[in-house]
Design a protein around this ligand. Structure first.
Ligand code: F6R
Length: 600
């Protein structure tokens, strides 16, 4: 969480930093700040709230060619102006922004900074005070920076300004993402290439424990021993329009609408010249040589994993367990003899998933990351990667990444099964094409979903999602979408489980959103709907063509029954979107959340 930017060059840096931070707001948006440096010194502007709030306090007439910036998701200390970054040393010589968590900050404070009255409650401030302390003891800035980094335990991406060295931004990284972008007569620093796409698409990836001396015409990467490392830049394959809302009122709506296109892109990306689905042979061997697959993920990606299990077990006939990443470390199951770990992560940065990846890699097990972000930490650190090809997902609530995860997992299961000679009666390419068409139909039915949201959810305190089998997993995702953006208390349940306790919560008018897309359980889920209706619930039934019954609220187009989650989730995404709008919620940036969860 948190996003950082830096700029050093010949232009005024303020606007570049602010624009960059706007693109990083998905990483946190409770407070923000920039520091700019010119011949007169360093000036810091910081404010609680969004980048728009920060923008309103930045003084127009301050001109500076060098600066750093930060958008925050609070971990240590409440969101406030004092706790916002940049933080400055007591002498004001050093100014610093940080993304990550310093685990031993309390210890360092007691050991080195007893005489320093800290301004903020953050773990970050001790970094800048330590650098200042060591510089006062006679070290150069580079030495003081290096010595401080050597003491830190935890994760960091840092950009540092030194008032006595106006030609340089000092940068370092460990476990938190950070890139250096290259330009002509300027260079930049950013947590994500998206932030600085406005000025360059040439980036150098940084590795953990590297220190970088960034000057306007030179970038020097060093390891912790001070040895210089050379690394070629890469071109960020991002189109500026991918990261703009265009005519859409919200990124979430744009991203929901992109799902048919993304599904078609995925089919193409995984087809060979003769149109056959294909995946790197090494990955397929790793899948087929494993005796059990462990899917590890969080949130929406975990929900995709639950559906992915069905795909892999049915099409490749390998047993699969699905685990919540944050639980796995403490609650490791007895592993099979030849496990394969699959990490599903839109961002590829989720700290909970990474902690498991690091552990199982140490144990010598093979790992595969399914992610939307090439070059992300989980992608770099796993043995293999499968990309989602969904394009940047900026709204905090995940939509297109979820359906992309499902499509890629279905293709993985299909190719693994086919390579073992398993046959079934359908052609996945054709079926995914039917799914993409069905998605389009649903995206064109927005008004109906707006009406459903208005009539079922505009005043309710809570809502329940029920389904059986694969529909239950989609219900879990639907309830997560609704709660995270509309703040309605929403829960997903297996239809048959209600009577074992949850049914006690049903009152007159309680909305129940029921999914009925599976022929084998159609009658049973209908029975569960009757049970709640008898107790006063207000049912919204979303069924599939061919299985519809009188009184259904919405009927989705027919697709292969294994693939229904790819389209049945769209009504739930749109209903959540409109429910949030009707309740005046900030759809793209819900409270307390951030897109990239880089703390455990
Ligand atoms: C919900 C959502 C989160 C993420 C979760 C994992 O809409 O986006 O639940 O799915 O934080 O993030 P990734 O997929 O980046 O590992």
């Amino acid at each position: 969480m948190c996003g950082i930017v830096g700029f050093i060059g010949n232009n005024d840096s303020k606007e570049i930093l602010l624009k960059g931070l706007e693109k990083l707001e998905y990483r946190g948006y409770d407070s923000a700040g920039i520091a700019v440096m010119n011949e007169d010194g360093v000036q810091v502007f910081k404010e609680k709230g969004r980048i728009a709030d920060l923008r309103s306090i930045v003084e127009e007439d301050v001109l500076a060619n060098t600066g750093i910036g930060h958008t925050r998701w609070a971990t240590h200390g409440v969101p406030s102006t004092v706790n916002a970054h940049p933080h400055q040393s007591k002498t004001s010589r050093y100014t610093l922004v940080h993304n990550g968590v310093i685990e031993n900050y309390d210890l360092l404070k007691r050991e080195y900074l007893q005489d320093v009255a800290l301004e903020s409650d953050t773990d970050t401030e001790i970094i800048v005070q330590l650098i200042d302390l060591f510089a006062k003891e006679g070290l150069s800035t580079e030495e003081a920076f290096r010595k401080t980094l050597g003491l830190l335990k935890g994760s960091y991406a840092i950009a540092l300004l030194d008032e006595e060295n106006k030609e340089t931004i000092f940068v370092a990284k460990n476990k938190s993402p950070l890139l250096v972008g290259l330009g002509e007569d300027f260079n930049v620093v950013a947590s994500d290439a998206m932030a600085m796409l406005q000025v360059t698409n040439q980036y150098v990836e940084l590795m953990d424990k590297e220190i970088v001396i960034v000057q306007k015409d030179q970038v020097t990467i060093q390891n912790m021993n001070g040895e210089t490392i050379s690394r070629d830049p890469y071109t960020a394959e991002l189109d500026a329009s991918d990261i703009e809302k265009g005519t859409y009122p919200h990124y979430m709506l744009k991203e929901i609408d992109e799902q048919p296109l993304v599904t078609r892109k995925i089919i193409q990306a995984y087809q060979n010249d003769s149109g056959k689905l294909t995946i790197d042979e090494e990955i397929i061997s790793a899948v087929n040589e494993s005796d059990r697959i462990y899917i590890v993920a969080a949130g929406t990606s975990y929900h995709a994993g639950l559906v992915g299990k069905q795909f892999i077990e049915k099409l490749a006939k390998i047993p699969v367990e699905v685990h919540i990443a944050s639980e796995f470390g403490y609650n490791m199951p007895i592993l099979s003899e030849k496990p394969l770990f699959i990490f599903i992560s839109q961002s590829g940065e989720t700290a909970d998933s990474r902690a498991v990846l690091v552990n199982v890699t140490k144990l010598g097990y093979k790992t595969l990351t399914v992610t939307n972000v090439p070059g992300s930490t989980l992608s770099r650190e796993a043995d293999y990667t499968l990309l989602l090809h969904a394009g940047p997902e900026i709204a905090v609530a995940s939509t297109k990444a979820y359906t992309a995860q499902l499509a890629v997992l279905a293709i993985l299961a299909e190719v693994a099964g086919a390579s073992k000679g398993f046959k079934h009666e359908f052609d996945l390419v054709q079926e995914l094409g039917i799914v993409a068409n069905g998605m389009e139909v649903l995206c064109n039915a927005k008004e109906e979903f707006e009406d459903i949201a208005r009539s079922f959810l505009s005043t309710t305190r809570n809502a329940f999602f029920i389904g059986r089998g694969i529909d239950y997993y989609v219900g879990l995702e639907g309830s997560l979408k609704l709660k995270e953006i509309s703040y309605i208390q929403a829960e997903g349940f297996a239809g048959g489980e209600l009577k074992h306790g949850t049914i006690a919560l049903i009152e007159n008018g309680t909305p129940i959103i029921a999914l009925a897309t599976q022929e084998s359980v159609n009658l049973s889920i209908r029975g569960n709907v009757k049970e709640v209706v008898a107790r006063g619930a207000n049912p919204c039934i979303i069924s599939m063509k061919g299985l519809e019954m009188d009184g259904d609220t919405f009927i989705i187009p027919e697709v292969h029954e294994l693939l229904t989650p790819l389209i049945s989730v769209i009504p739930l995404q749109l209903i959540a979107y409109y429910a949030a709008l009707h309740r005046d919620c900030d759809v793209d940036k819900p409270r307390n959340l951030a897109k990239s969860v880089t703390v455990e």
